[in-house]
Write a protein that binds this ligand. Sequence first.
Ligand SMILES: [Zn+2]
Ligand SMILES: [Zn+2]
Length: 162
Amino acid sequence: MSQPSNAHEGGCTCRAVRYRMTSAPMFVHCCHCTWCQRETGTAFALNAMIEADRVQLLSGEPEVVLTPSNSGQGQKISRCPVCKVAVWSNYAGAGDTVRFVRVGTLLEPGRFPPDAHIFTSTRQPWVELPPGTPSFPEYYSSKELWPKESLARREALLAKKK
Ligand SMILES: [Zn+2]
Ligand SMILES: [Zn+2]
């Protein structure tokens, strides 16, 4: 996998919270669901899915805000305690072991383009999807789409969870 570098670092706007991903993420979602639109105040959310133990805190201690989610089980959004910018979320489905790092908080967000567009049935009408990237009206089967290496990482997480 790629080496840790500045590109894997990120943080909030006031700089109280800084973090580093110790590897590339497993997969990057661009989610066009109405929940993500409301939470971000914009057209979609860009989430890099990565093992929680591959995200090192360099400074600060994010506060966890339990936020309602589409599943009804809520998501935990980790925010800077000072400027309240969200740096990552944990969803009930994947649990605390997988962080959904908000790509826009990385120093070089352009290095992590979406691997898939999801919930495109509710995308903003002016958002044009690039032809080379898989897109789905709702969710999809990760078994069919994720690279082998990422599936192996996810398997390892599930094994640890038991
Ligand atoms: Zn901050
Ligand atoms: Zn969403």
